[in-house]
Design a protein around this ligand. Structure first.
Ligand SMILES: Cc1ncc(COP(=O)(O)O)c(C=O)c1O
Length: 362
């Protein structure tokens, strides 16, 4: 019950064991790749192009930035959490000029403040080349409503990059005004870690073609016509693609509306049961994510250890300097299940009740 990598269903495990089609010479792999991207487009609810790269979510984030940002480009990095701030590092690594627009972790992103920052930069002759956002801040269980702020970016002609790593496949992602939207296989898809997915708009492709990308593996340009040419720039992760294709087709069989509803119901039950045992969520409504809940606790590391040792349930703790202050329950993908949540919260209640007896060697 961690916020990813998530438990993998049997069907996906079986798909991983299929014989390997050589991706360079066997047309069967291209068929798999095409049907994977078509199913992913349905999950993204978009007609934009989808690219699947071999690598974890961070590769997707870095690729989005490396393919569109050149030396000296100013990029507005909008953040109310760790991953929002993380984008500034990717921009700096491309010799870009990141400008952080930060909000407190327990507050929503203010679209007006972002619009003012964009307008001021344009007036000062220092217009932003792009803006970056995070849909779900996994470290605090915060989901951001990005529709309005992305609309402001579009009106100002600012390219938008959205990290939807921990929401894609578990909640609707804001796609209309998004130019590059990044997901990862091991979160709400419940496939193994190893693939990152990118939805790419026409405006993003134009930028990618005009950008002198510094990376090779992180350059999206060779992927533009892949579905017609079948000429993959490197050997793809065939088994991971089989696994993700199976996972995404399972989501489509269930129906997206039902998938999202299952995540909402699991999250709601998690918060209700937390409230019953006196736990506050770090995010407050309407910022609570349907995919992950962060409860404020003392001694998160000790609780995590006892839950694992005594109940065989693994949950996440906080990140960075909040490591010991937050307990994060992932109800994403296969684990977005009310029964799984109830079992976890029962066990958590038991662990908290027995806290006087802990051996705090965790
Ligand atoms: C919001 C968010 N973005 C990016 C990442 C990085 O993804 P990965 O661990 O697949 O590199 C994570 C991982 O937890 C995440 O939660």
């Amino acid at each position: 019950m961690t916020p990813g990598p998530t438990e993998i269903p049997e069907r996906v495990r079986e798909a991983l064991a299929r014989p390997i089609a050589n991706p360079d010479v066997n047309p069967a792999f291209l068929d798999t790749y095409r049907s994977l991207t078509a199913d992913l487009a349905a999950v993204y609810s978009t007609e934009k192009d989808i690219v699947v790269l071999g690598g974890e979510g961070v590769l997707g984030l870095e690729t989005a930035v490396a393919s569109t940002i050149e030396s000296g480009d100013r990029v507005l990095c909008v953040a109310n959490g760790l991953y929002g701030e993380y984008f500034a590092e990717f921009v700096a690594s491309q010799d870009g000029d990141p400008v952080l627009c930060s909000f407190p972790a327990d507050e929503p992103i203010d679209p007006n403040a972002v619009r003012e920052a964009i307008e001021k930069a344009a007036r000062d002759g220092e217009a932003f080349a792009a803006a970056t956002f995070v849909h779900c801040e996994t470290p605090t269980g915060t989901i951001n409503d990005l529709e309005t702020v992305l609309g402001h970016c579009r009106e100002a002609g600012v390219l938008t990059i959205v990290d939807a790593v921990s929401s894609l496949g578990g909640a609707p992602v804001p796609m209309d005004e998004t130019d590059l939207c990044i997901g990862a296989s091991q979160k709400c898809f419940s496939a193994p870690p190893g693939l990152t997915t990118l939805a790419v708009s026409e405006a993003a492709w134009e930028r990618i073609e005009a950008t002198d990308a510094r990376g090779l593996y992180t350059d999206l340009e060779p992927w533009r016509d892949i579905e017609t040419t079948g000429e993959f720039p490197y050997t793809h992760l065939v088994s991971n693609c089989y696994g993700l294709a199976e996972a995404v087709s399972m989501l489509r069989e269930e129906g997206l509306a039902d998938v999202f509803e299952r995540h909402e119901a699991s999250a709601k039950r998690c918060r209700e049961l937390g409230a019953e045992i006196g736990l506050d969520t770090d995010a407050e409504e309407p910022l609570c994510s349907p995919t992950v809940t962060a409860f404020e606790v003392d001694s998160a590391l000790a609780i995590q250890g006892v839950l694992h040792e005594e109940h065989d349930i693994l949950v996440g703790t906080g990140l960075a300097d909040r490591e010991n202050d937050l307990l994060r329950i992932g109800h994403m993908g296969y684990n977005a299940d009310v029964e799984h949540v109830e079992r976890t919260m029962d066990a958590l209640e038991d662990v908290l009740d027995g806290s006087d007896d802990w051996d705090t060697g965790f």
